[in-house]
Ligand binder design. Sequence first.
Ligand code: HXC
Length: 261
Amino acid sequence: ITLAYEVIEVRTEADKVGVITLNRPKQLNALNSQLMDELGDALKAFDADEKIGCIIITGSEKAFAAGADITAMAKFSFADAYKGDFITRNWETIRTIRKPVIAAVSGFALGGGCELAMMCDFIIAADNAKFGQPEIKLGVIPGAGGTQRLPRAVGKAKAMDLALTGRMMDAQEAERSGLVSRVVPLDKLMEETLGAALQISDFSQIAVMAAKESVNRAFEGTLADGVMFERRLFHSLFATSDQKEGMDAFVNKRKAVFTHQ
Ligand code: HXC
């Protein structure tokens, strides 16, 4: 695991939230192999850290990420693209993270940047956020899940519109269509996201991981299987101390203190 990061910055908040800031400001945080490697390492390190209950990925005010690095890809042959698997080589790493990952998006989230945000568990957007899949303008198509995750998030009509015209949608449209969970003023973005992350971190980590796993099930397989998966997970949580603590605290009108056991 890399500890010296060059194109991301990593910090913790209150010892329980991991914050990863994409940091290639001159390229509007365009994604390249180094950035994806560092991001993967940082995510895995936070996931393995018992004290961390939630992870935030964010960018700069101007850009969450303006896509895959076009300069790096411009001269690729098919063989380069296929064998190199540029930026998607370790893309699924994000999906293996078991703690919640929130995207705090301000500015541009385009192409691979929009796809990266959609890989997170939910997106909180600043009012200046702009989402889009402009790959069509470059003579290609989204290659990191855009044609699959966008329709699941916003429906076919809007996903087609965005993928075929390459237009951007603003934060309000993104919220209206279900891509983002909240829109907040730009200067409140980190405060709001951190608030959510701290709240999540104080809950039972086991219950949080189970909730994440179960919601993700809603996107794969059938409703009947998903509901049964959820029910069995729900039942299994009665084996945890955290369930005893959570319910006892409610009954006795006090604040629960979870030990993640
Ligand atoms: C490399 C990029 C970049 C990118 C911006 N820059 N986006 N470099 N790759 N994706 C660089 C610009 O070249 C410029 O460098 C600097 O960042 C500032 O950008 P400007 O264009 O000057 O800023 P502005 O006029 O404000 O326009 C912002 C923008 C525009 C609308 C976001 O930069 C833009 O359209 N970018 C490309 C967006 C895009 O097509 N993304 C999809 C990429 S394909 P200099 O050196 O001139 O200062 C993709 C595929 C994913 O993501 C699937 C992979 C498997």
